[in-house]
Design a protein around this ligand. Structure first.
Ligand code: PLP
Length: 440
């Protein structure tokens, strides 16, 4: 099949791998050569079940023919057109289809190429919106400890994970963090935990300290994903919404992971019944088959910025060469068809109780110190062994050899399978997790 796999260490040197221990990987590579449905296959043909949908992207399972065909056809028809001053019909069509899933009122869609770009785009939208309304002093942002908002300069300032920030200095100034919601009383809760709604009052404290009238936006993941599944305490998001409204602060939900069915609803916004002003997404919008992200904005935000612009000139000086790339739009449209045809989001909601029960059955494995779960996402946290993260990293390596792929962060093993998974796949995931965790 195509090119020979690089086999020897000398063939692996040129690629500087992202977010990976390069030295360790190159000494002991863990490769996938192909994938289908729920499974990856290693170069030597070994089957590995995908317990984290690639990286929370592959909601519809790997290598969907419909998406491959749509991209192939698009690349033969219109491979590229500039997204500035020119456009192609599929960009409008996809934006319209996306708004059939976003919460009511969030009906203006700006395309990017990744979650990170979506986050920085949302920051710029917030700043531009306030400035247009005569509130240029709103320059501050609020986010939360343990948050992940991608890796661009805006996103790492918002981030609440020290390793993603410490090598790069202070970054953007004027970003303040609320406390995270992983309070000890919430250990082993299923779905939204009972304790911690009052932690939303950290936003009030920051308003009192810096002036609510100086804050542009408050960014949160409705459920913190990359850190290891921290669902919002009951009442927490409602409280954030209320405080934002009191102070004229935009509420932004970063739904790069929680979007597209992962929470058992189209977005976390609907799953938790709270509507933000801006909503970022990426990953599953194309099933991960083409790079794409988007920001859905409240119409009034679009109208405010657009109407304030000149009659014949650019209103929002922002965009990427590959915004609304034709091949990404083709993949996105094919994915919208799959969401409708396979009823993936309804399927996720129906499967969630079974999934959550199965993952929580791991509670009795010796080193497990917490399990958190919501929708079709869960994290199993194991006790640190020496430095934090060492045991989680070891578990993730052993799981690869045992035939299971997942994402680990620190000592949390994050499970978020494709939404096409069947009972038998959940059983296989839990059996393999049990076997490896018990031997840790
Ligand atoms: C909540 C959130 N925001 C932003 C990002 C960044 O997305 P990307 O890696 O596509 O830039 C991620 C990635 O996992 C994410 O989980």
């Amino acid at each position: 099949m195509g090119h020979a796999e690089p086999q020897v260490a000398s063939q692996l040197q040129s690629f500087w791998m992202p977010f990976s221990p390069n030295k360790e990987f190159k000494a002991d590579p863990k490769m996938f050569a192909r994938a289908k449905g729920m499974y990856f296959y290693t170069p030597d043909g070994r089957e590995v079940i995908d317990a984290s949908a690639g990286l929370f992207c592959v909601a519809a399972g790997h290598c969907r023919q419909e998406i491959a065909d749509a991209v192939y056809e698009q690349l033969q028809t219109l491979d590229f057109t500039a997204p500035f001053l020119r456009a192609h019909p599929k960009s409008f069509e996809l934006a319209e289809r996306v708004t059939q899933y976003t919460p009511a009122g969030l009906n203006r869609v700006f395309f990017t190429n990744s979650g990170s770009e979506s986050v920085d785009t949302a920051m710029k939208m917030a700043l531009a919106y306030h400035r247009t309304k005569g509130q240029a002093q709103r320059q501050l942002f609020v986010s939360r400890e343990r948050a992940y908002h991608g890796v661009n300069m805006g996103g790492i300032a918002l981030a609440g994970m020290v390793n993603n920030r410490r090598a790069f200095g202070p970054g953007l100034a004027g970003v303040y963090h609320m406390r995270h919601t992983a309070v000890p009383e919430n250990k082993f809760s299923r779905g939204q935990p009972d304790h911690g709604a009052d932690l939303a009052d950290d936003l009030t404290r920051l308003c009192n300290l810096y002036g609510g009238e100086n804050i542009a936006a408050c960014f949160v993941e409705p459920t913190a994903g990359s850190f290891g599944c921290l669902p919002p305490p009951k009442g927490y998001l409602e409280r954030l919404r209320k405080i934002c409204d009191q102070h004229g602060i935009l509420l932004v939900f970063d739904e790069v992971i929680t979007g597209w069915g992962r929470m058992g609803a189209p977005f976390g916004a609907q799953a938790f019944g709270v509507t933000p002003d801006l909503l970022t997404m990426a990953k599953a919008i194309t099933n991960g088959a083409q790079p794409m992200g988007a920001v859905a904005a409240r119409q009034e935000i679009y109208d405010t910025i657009t109407e304030a612009g000149p009659a014949m000139g650019i209103e929002f000086f922002h965009g990427y060469t590959y915004s609304a790339h034709p091949a990404s739009c083709a993949a996105g449209l094919a994915m919208m068809d799959i969401f409708a045809k396979d009823r993936l989001i309804e399927r996720a909601a129906a499967m969630s109780p079974r999934f959550i029960d199965a993952i929580h059955s791991l509670q009795d494995c010796g080193v497990v110190t917490d399990i958190r779960s919501v929708g079709m996402m869960a994290a199993v946290e194991v006790a640190a062994d020496g430095a934090p993260g060492v045991r989680g990293h070891e578990a993730q390596k052993r799981l690869y050899h045992a035939g299971l792929n997942l994402k680990s962060t620190g000592d949390s093993l994050i499970i978020a399978p494709p939404l096409i998974c069947e009972d038998s796949h959940i059983d296989e995931i839990v059996t393999k997790l049990r076997q490896v965790i018990k031997a840790l």
